[in-house]
Design a protein around this ligand. Structure first.
Ligand code: GLP
Length: 253
């Protein structure tokens, strides 16, 4: 896994957006796997700017979202479908039929496995992801693949950990409103992407970035599995890179 450091959050967002834009310009049928969370927002803002000011054309692009809360309506402002519309889809010319979210009609638990399989099939039919973007949870989760003794390979329903529920409660008016379950692509779905771009920003991510860069692989820190992928880059700003920098300078002295 390559670590790419940028001075600021904006520098990082611009650099990653430019990589995506280059891919789309080279291949108008690019298939993207997109993520939510606060970290990718800057990338989406820059992609919107590139669309408006530099004619970046999304008309043939296909998107799949990495994860989604289980049981929230797609119009719920906390749903990831809503998030993607607000931050990207409403502002670029991506075609509605090319946008995919992992959605299971609420309260339809019996059908979850079928919806997950259908989602995997759609990814396969689209030819897999050219680029996958994702942030990192404070506990090293990827999408909603939470630390565990065993990780699921493909799209599935998960019970969120207390750490994730607490981290995500900042978006809800009370802790009770945070969904306890989510749907997420599995590790094999993620590792199937041609290129993976992880993004992390801020001091609070410095520890997990450092742990991941240690390169030991453990299912207790799902992001470490990305060391098995041949083309993963972790893009970080200077604050998130702090501990990696300290360690590298200590190693040199
Ligand atoms: C959520 C998402 C993850 C994302 C994580 C980090 O839990 N399911 O896909 O990586 O948030 O979010 P942030 O970028 O806000 O730290």
């Amino acid at each position: 896994m390559l670590i790419v450091k940028h001075e600021t959050y904006n520098d990082m967002s611009r650099a990653v957006a430019n990589m995506i834009a280059r891919e789309i310009r080279n291949n108008p049928h690019t298939v993207l796997c997109l993520a939510t969370g606060s970290t990718p927002i800057g990338i989406y803002q820059e992609l919107v700017r590139l669309h408006r000011e530099e004619d970046l054309d999304f008309s043939q692009v296909t998107t799949f979202n990495l994860d989604e809360y289980y049981g929230l309506d797609k119009n719920d402002p906390q749903s990831y479908s809503y998030f993607m519309r607000e931050h990207l889809f409403a502002h670029v010319n991506v075609s509605e039929q090319n946008i995919h979210h992992i959605r299971v009609p609420s309260n339809n638990l019996e059908d979850v496995a079928r919806y997950c399989q259908e989602y995997e099939l759609k990814i396969k039919q689209a030819g897999g992801f050219d680029i996958l973007i994702d942030g990192i949870g404070l506990n090293g989760h990827i999408g909603f693949n939470e630390p565990a003794d065993e990780l699921q390979s493909y799209t599935h329903l998960v019970d969120l950990t207390q750490s994730t529920i607490e981290a995500n409660s900042r978006f809800f008016s009370s802790m009770d409103e945070v969904p306890r379950h989510a749907l997420t692509m599995g590790m094999a779905t993620i590792l199937g992407a041609k290129k993976i771009l992880l993004v992390a920003s801020g001091k609070h991510k410095a520890e997990i970035v450092n742990t991941i860069m240690d390169a030991t692989i453990t299912t207790q820190i799902p992001a470490t599995l990305l060391h098995l992928h041949h083309d993963t880059e972790m893009h970080v700003d200077s604050k998130a890179a702090q501990l990696v920098d300290q360690k590298r300078s200590a190693e040199r002295s």
